[in-house]
Design a protein around this ligand. Sequence first.
Ligand code: SF4
Length: 351
Amino acid sequence: MAYTRKKTRVVAAGNVLIGGENPIIIQSMCNTDTRNIESTVNQIHALEDAGCEMVRLAVPDMQAAFSIGKIKKSVSVPLVADIHFDYRLAVEAINQGIDKIRINPGNIGSYRNVQILADMAKEKHIPIRIGVNSGSLERELLKKFGRVTPEAMVESALGHVKILEDCGFNDIVISIKSSGVPFSIEAYRLLSQAVDYPLHIGITEAGTVYSGTVKSAVGIGAILSMGIGDTIRVSLTGNPVDEIKAAKEILKSLELRKFGIEMISCPTCGRTQIDLIGLAEKVEKRCESINKNIKVAVMGCAVNGPGEAREADIGIAGGKGEGLIFKKGEIFKKVPENMLLDTLMEEIEKL
Ligand code: SF4
């Protein structure tokens, strides 16, 4: 079953297309100091290797903006400059070859400043992401709605959109992030009804690697399953590479994208007689670098394993001192426990 995705406009950030029927793009953000070119480039390389397709950099001052050109020379993934308040940083980021800007036009001063930025971005075909966060809602909207609500967030986003549209600029991406899952789901639902611009989705300040991944998976997953979302970021307090792993699993789980081998494994129970947890971890590790569109199962017992994992292309089921290799639920061969892993990997190679 595939979700019907809302058809949004398409914008291009470098060589990556966002929106329409293009794949849902995985983003992350460096937590290095952008002025430290070496550490930032190293982190971008790690993110690229993990499968990140767009990387955002904080640009808090002119020195950070000046670093963009040098960083860009060493990486291939499109870069997004994250800018607050000072349109001159955005202008310099564009001069340095940035691929996308994240800035809220309502926060950068006069109409003239916005027009300068919009004209420049338009000329260079650089999209602008409007990023409304629940923590930074305008005072007048707080007064009007009494508190931060999904409706207030949408009104804020539409206000920023209108400013860019009035400048003749339409290469817009919007995000409307909150740390609350039900709140975010409602906010994106309302926003998606109001615009056809591509949407960047995520749960902001989601938490540490474990709890933040669960929260993001629930929130982003729910929003994606409504057909909403063109790019995603899992925000974790941790190594950003973990954000990419989580984002890939979310997209894989909803069958929205494929990233190599999909693994299924049983939770183990009283019937398990081998070290299935250790075995599953080893299989996952060895499958990480294999780019095959197949399902691999790691099951704890021969009684239920092959049948329960019938949808897997190949799998193993543990026994006592030995195990089974099965294909599409049918037993293929019996091997000693110490050869299970290598035999499985050999058979995967042949598929
Ligand atoms: S596959 Fe076997 S060991 Fe695993 S949970 Fe099912 S019954 Fe238990």
